[in-house]
Ligand binder design. Structure first.
Ligand SMILES: C[S@@+](CC[C@H](N)C(=O)[O-])C[C@H]1O[C@@H](n2cnc3c(N)ncnc32)[C@H](O)[C@@H]1O
Length: 253
């Protein structure tokens, strides 16, 4: 039953992980547009710290692509990749292209305390139910040092009273995947409760066309032109309100 989806089965689904990781490999060469935004945010944080070496964690790092790009575009950071999927961490450790980056099996819901200046959570939180979501944010709030920043890429929309949970079955997820679409106000409330002082939302305006997906194939993101010149991102029949979220802890706590 799809409603029984658990991130624990997701990270143990070796067939899915191997297909997802090979899909991801294309982005080791060509950076994903949403990742360019994250790298620019990291660059800005590094610029503001006057060359102090920052400790950065990408939790749910999968194949380590984002860290690869951060290493080349924002040099001088101490980089760690964490994922609950052991096979992904082992693959990262074996990849000579990721030399110099530390990789550890880590659970987003139980991160070590006060260890990082920047923590990135890229396309992971949407699969958590409300209770897990609160635990994940509490874990992030503790893991980010005072004065530090959490950068999130996730679904967040402006409709204050609309909380959506969709169970999607597809070729890659025959047993179902949970997709939660949370209102920005709820995300902000949860982030404040977790100890973040300030939260910013940057709805992602993808600057390129992604080709239409075949109706009978895997569900991947494609774009549809909007009348205002922007592009709406869909997966199959579903609109995706992707958003970059910056949550900052205050320095004095
Ligand atoms: C959709 S993928 C996103 C991967 C990568 N961040 C990206 O944007 O391409 C979700 C990733 O989160 C990992 N993951 C899921 N639940 C996790 C948890 N509780 N702790 C750490 N990683 C988790 C999965 O193993 C997978 O690598």
């Amino acid at each position: 039953m799809s409603e029984n989806f658990s991130y624990r089965s997701y990270v143990a689904d070796e067939k899915f992980l191997s297909e997802y990781n090979s899909y991801q490999r294309r982005y080791a060469q060509t950076m994903r547009e949403s990742d360019k935004v994250l790298v620019a945010m990291v660059k800005e944080i590094a610029r503001q710290t006057d060359g102090e070496p920052l400790d950065l964690l990408d939790i749910g790092c999968s194949t380590g692509n984002l860290l690869l790009h951060i290493r080349s575009m924002v040099p001088g950071l101490n980089l760690t990749g964490g994922d609950l999927a052991l096979s992904s961490i082992e693959e990262c450790r074996r990849n000579p292209g990721l030399a110099g980056i530390k990789f550890e099996v880590m659970d987003l819901l139980a991160l070590p305390a006060a260890c990082f200046d920047v923590v990135i959570v890229n396309a992971v939180l949407y699969m958590l139910d409300d209770e897990q979501y609160r635990s994940a944010l509490a874990s992030l709030g503790k893991c980010v040092r005072p004065g530090g920043t959490c950068l999130i890429y996730d679904f967040a929309h402006p409709f204050v009273h609309q909380q959506l949970t969709i169970y999607e079955t597809s070729v890659l997820h025959p047993d179902g995947l949970r997709l939660c679409f949370r209102p920005m106000v709820k995300v902000e409330e949860a982030a404040h409760r977790a100890g973040f002082a300030a939260v910013e939302f940057h709805p992602f305006d993808i600057p390129i066309d992604l080709p239409p997906a075949p109706y009978d194939g895997e569900v991947v993101t494609y774009t549809v032109d909007r009348k205002d010149g922007k592009r709406a991102m869909f997966r199959g029949a579903l609109y995706q309100p992707w958003c970059h979220i910056i949550a900052r802890r205050s320095k004095s706590e």
